[in-house]
Design a binder for this molecule. Sequence first.
Ligand SMILES: NC(=O)c1ccc[n+]([C@@H]2O[C@H](COP(=O)([O-])OP(=O)(O)OC[C@H]3O[C@@H](n4cnc5c(N)ncnc54)[C@H](OP(=O)(O)O)[C@@H]3O)[C@@H](O)[C@H]2O)c1
Length: 275
Amino acid sequence: MNHEPLQLAFVGCGRIARAMVSGLIAANWPPAAIRGFSKTGAGAEGLARDYGTTVCPSLQDAVGGADVVLLAVHPHDTAQVLAELAPLATAQQVLVSLVASWQTGAFADVLPDTPCVRAVPNVAVAVNSGVTALCPGPAAGREHLRVATAVFEPLGRVLTVDESLMESVSAVSGAGPALVARFVEALSSSAEARGFTPETASELAAYAVHGTGSLMLKGGLAPEEVVDLVASPGGMTEAALHVLAERGLEDAVHSAVDAAVKLSLGRLRGATGTA
Ligand SMILES: NC(=O)c1ccc[n+]([C@@H]2O[C@H](COP(=O)([O-])OP(=O)(O)OC[C@H]3O[C@@H](n4cnc5c(N)ncnc54)[C@H](OP(=O)(O)O)[C@@H]3O)[C@@H](O)[C@H]2O)c1
C-alpha cells in the first residue's frame, strides 16, 4: 500500500472476522491498522495473539479513530450492539455490516448519519480466495462503497449486488464452502473406502474441487465445458454422472439453498422493521 492504510475496527472477533484478518495480514495490511473488540475479549485476544492486532477494552476504544467499523456479531446480538454504537459512530466512518439477515435499512434507523455497507464474504477470504458481495445502504455513496471495496479486494473477488439478493448470496457463496466441503468429504470417503489413506483420499478430492474452480475462474470454462472435457460417451465419468443425476443432486442442492434463504428471510430485520 502506498497510502495510509484505513484503520479497521472489528466489533465481534469470531470466525468470519478471523478469516478476514488472516487474509488481510497475508495481503500486507498492517496489524497496527486493525483492532478488535469482542464481548468477553476472547476473540479479540486470539486475533492479537495470532496476528498482532490490537485488543480494545471497550466498544468506544474500538470505534474511536477507526475509518471502518466492521460489525461481525450474530443477528441476535446486533440490536444491543447497535444501540451501544449509536452514540459512538460518526458520519465520517463507514459501518460495514457482516451480520446475516440484517438489511441496511435497519442500521439506517439507528445510525441515520453513519453510512452503512452490507457485506457477505465467505470464509475463503482467509486464504485470499473469497468472494464478497456488497450492497450500499441509504446513506452510503460511491465513496463509501469504494472504501468497503478497498477492505475486501485484497481478500478475493468483490461484487456489488442489489440488497434483495443478499440472502441468496449468503446461502450460495456464504454457506457455499460448507456445502462444497460436504461434497469433498463424500468424494474423499469413497476414495478411502477403496483403500486410500485418509490424507491421500482428502487430497484427491480437494484438488479435484480446486482444479475445477481454476478451470472455470482462470480457464474461463463453463461447468458444462468441464464436464465435456472429462466425460466421454459411454465412459466411466458418464456412468458416475448418471448416478448423481438419478439420485437428484441438482434438486438436493436447490432445496439446500432454498432452506438457507428461507431461514434468513424468516428472521429478516430491516425490510419491514420487524424480526
Ligand atoms: N462464519 C461465516 O462464514 C460468515 C460469513 C458471512 C457472514 N457471517 C456473519 O458474521 C456474523 C458473525 O459470525 P461468526 O461466524 O464470525 O460468529 P462467531 O464465530 O460465533 O463470533 C461471534 C463474535 O461476536 C462476539 N460478540 C458477541 N456478542 C457481542 C457483543 N455484545 N459485543 C461485541 N462482540 C460480541 C463474540 O465475542 P467473544 O469473543 O466474547 O466470543 C465473537 O467474537 C454473523 O452475523 C454471521 O451471520 C458469518
